[in-house]
Ligand binder design. Structure first.
Ligand code: ZN
Ligand code: ZN
Ligand code: ZN
Ligand code: ZN
Length: 475
C-alpha cells in the first residue's frame, strides 16, 4: 500500500531525501504504516515496556524489577533486547535511567546486531546509519545534555561503549529523528525511532499527521494531496506563534521553516492577543512588545498595561514549562485528591491573574485553561470541567489546523462530559463534530473511533429513553 502511494526523491532546494505523493491522495488516506526500529517507554508510565499497553495487571521482570509486561508473550519478544539491558538495570542505581538513555543503549545494541547494511526496494532508509545527526549544529544546552547523557550511559552500560564521537553522532540522530509515541488521546507515553517516517519533513500547516496504534506509527493525509506534492507532518506543538515555532525548530532540527503558516500574520497576532481594558474585546499583537488598537473600540494599549501583560506571560511560561514534568510524575505516582487540590490552587491563581488581561486565544491563556480543565476532571468538578473545555475548544479550533488530532480528541472529551451530565442533544452534536475529524486523523479502525461510535449509540438510546420519559410525565 504505502510503497505505491509515496515516493522518495531529492529536494531541489535542500538536496536531502523527501517524501512525495506518488498519486493523488485524499484527506483521510493512510499513507504509511511502520513498526518502530527502537522504542523507549517514558519513565513514569505504568505500561508494558514492549507494546505500551496500559492494562491493569502487568508482569514485572523478576530480575531487574524495572520493566513490566502484559504477559509472557510480550516479555519473550522484549527479551531479545532486554537480556543485556536487564543486567545493566540491576546494577544501575539509583532508580532507572531516563527514556533517552534507554533508547540510546537499545540503539547501540541494535547497531551491533544489524551491522551489515541491508537494501530495500524503495529509497526509504533501511538502517540507522542513513539518518541525519546534525550534531555539528548543537548549541550549548544540547552539548550539556550530551555530557549528562554520556555520564549516565557510562554508569549504566559500563565499559562497552563506542567512542565519544560515535555517541555524539548517535545522540544527534536521536534528538532530530525521534517521534513522541502518543496514546489515543495524544498524550506522549514514550519515544521511538521510525526509519521511513523520519524522512517526512516539517510544515506548520502539514498535509499529514502521525498517530499511533500501540507502538506502530500511522501516517495519514489530513488534506487532499496532489501527485508530486511533498508530504509533511508537524514536528512541534503548533499552538505557538511563528517566532517561537522557528526557535523550537532551529534548536532541535536546525532549519528555518518557510511554510505558509509562518507567513500568516493574523494567526500570530491572535496567539499573542490581549483583552481590551475598555470594552473586553480582542486586541491583536503587533510584535513582542506592542499591540494594535482594539478592533472594537479603537482604544490603545497603555505602556503600564503592556508591562503587566509581559509580566503575566513570563510567569505563565515558566509555570507551564516547570509543570509539564511535574504533573507527569504526579499523574503516575499518585492520583491523590490532595495533589490535585494543590494543582487546582496553582492553576486557578495563575488563571485569575490572566483573566481580563490575556485574551482566550492567547496561547498562555489557552494552556492554563486546559490545565485547569484537566484538574477539574480529576477532582470530578464536572460543571467547571464542561465550562473550561468549551473555552478551550473554541481556541483550539481557531489556532490549530482544521484537521488536527487534538481537536478531535478534545471534542470527544466534551461529548463524554455532556453525555455524563445528561445533555444528550449536546453530546450528539459534539460526537458528530468529533467524528468528522477523528475519521480523518485516526481513521475508522482506530480504538478512539470505536470508542466514539459506542458513546454515540448509547447517547441515541438514552436520548430517546429520557425524552419518552418526560413525555409520559407531561401526559
Ligand atoms: Zn505488552
Ligand atoms: Zn529485567
Ligand atoms: Zn512554518
Ligand atoms: Zn475595546
Amino acid at each position: 500500500m504505502a510503497a505505491s502511494m509515496l515516493e522518495v526523491r531529492l529536494s531541489k532546494t535542500t538536496k536531502a531525501r523527501c517524501v512525495f505523493a506518488a498519486c493523488d491522495l485524499k484527506s483521510g488516506d493512510e499513507i504509511l504504516v511502520e513498526e518502530p526500529y527502537a522504542i523507549s517507554l517514558s519513565t513514569y508510565q505504568d505500561r508494558c515496556d514492549y507494546c505500551f499497553s496500559d492494562r491493569n495487571k502487568l508482569l514485572r521482570c523478576s530480575r531487574c524489577k524495572c520493566q513490566n509486561y502484559c504477559n509472557t508473550s510480550c516479555q519473550r519478544s522484549a527479551w531479545v533486547l532486554h537480556k543485556n539491558e536487564c543486567k545493566d538495570l540491576q546494577r544501575f542505581s539509583p532508580g532507572k535511567p531516563s527514556e533517552t538513555v534507554l533508547l540510546v543503549a537499545r540503539l547501540l545494541q541494535l547497531s551491533k546486531k544489524y551491522s551489515k547494511e541491508s537494501n530495500s526496494s524503495d529509497d526509504f532508509p533501511c538502517s540507522l546509519s542513513e539518518l541525519q545527526s546534525n550534531h555539528e549544529h548543537f548549541n550549548e544546552q544540547r552539548k550539556k545534555q550530551f555530557v549528562k547523557l554520556l555520564s549516565t550511559l557510562k554508569n549504566y552500560c559500563g565499559d562497552q561503549l563506542p567512542s565519544n564521537q560515535e555517541l555524539l553522532h548517535l545522540f544527534g540522530q536521536v534528538t532530530c529523528n525521534s517521534f513522541n509515541i502518543c496514546d489515543p488521546e495524544m498524550q506522549s507515553i514514550g519515544v521511538g525511532i521510525y526509519l521511513k517516517s523520519s524522512l517526512l519533513n516539517h510544515s506548520c500547516s502539514p498535509n499529514c499527521t502521525a498517530i499511533f496504534v500501540g507502538t506502530t506509527i500511522h501516517i495519514r493525509a489530513v488534506k487532499a494531496i496532489s501527485k508530486g506534492e511533498e508530504c509533511s507532518i508537524s514536528y512541534i506543538d503548533l499552538m505557538n506563534p511563528s517566532h517561537i515555532r522557528q526557535r523550537m525548530l532551529q534548536e532541535q532540527y536546525y532549519f528555518t521553516c518557510d511554510c505558509t503558516s509562518c507567513q500568516e500574520e493574523l494567526l500570530d497576532a491572535e496567539m499573542g492577543s490581549v483583552t481590551c481594558e475598555n470594552c473586553s474585546g480582542q486586541v491583536l499583537r503587533r510584535d513582542d512588545t506592542s499591540f494594535q488598537a482594539c478592533s472594537a473600540c479603537n482604544t490603545q494599549v497603555l505602556p503600564t498595561r503592556i508591562s503587566e501583560v509581559l509580566h503575566i506571560e513570563e510567569e505563565s511560561r515558566s509555570l507551564l514549562e516547570d509543570c509539564d514534568s511535574f504533573s507527569e510524575k504526579l499523574k503516575s505516582k499518585s492520583k491523590g485528591q490532595e495533589n490535585w487540590q494543590n494543582l487546582f490552587k496553582l492553576w486557578s491563581k495563575l488563571s485569575i491573574k490572566q483573566a481580563g488581561v490575556l485574551h482566550i486565544e492567547n496561547v498562555y491563556r489557552v494552556r492554563t485553561v486546559d490545565k485547569l480543565y484537566d484538574v477539574a476532571v480529576n477532582l470530578q468538578n464536572w460543571t467547571d470541567a464542561l465550562y473550561l473545555a468549551q473555552k478551550v475548544i473554541q481556541s483550539y479550533r481557531k489556532l490549530y489546523p482544521s484537521f488536527h488530532p487534538l481537536i478531535g480528541v478534545h471534542l470527544l472529551r466534551l461529548a463524554k462530559l455532556q453525555h455524563f451530565l445528561g445533555s444528550f442533544t449536546m453530546a450528539i452534536q459534539y460526537l458528530q463534530q468529533a467524528s468528522d475529524i477523528i475519521k480523518v486523523t485516526h481513521g475508522l479502525q482506530h480504538e478512539l473511533y470505536k470508542q466514539l461510535e459506542e458513546i454515540q449509540s448509547n447517547c441515541i438510546v438514552e436520548a430517546r429513553f429520557y425524552s419518552s420519559d418526560t413525555q409520559d410525565k407531561v401526559n
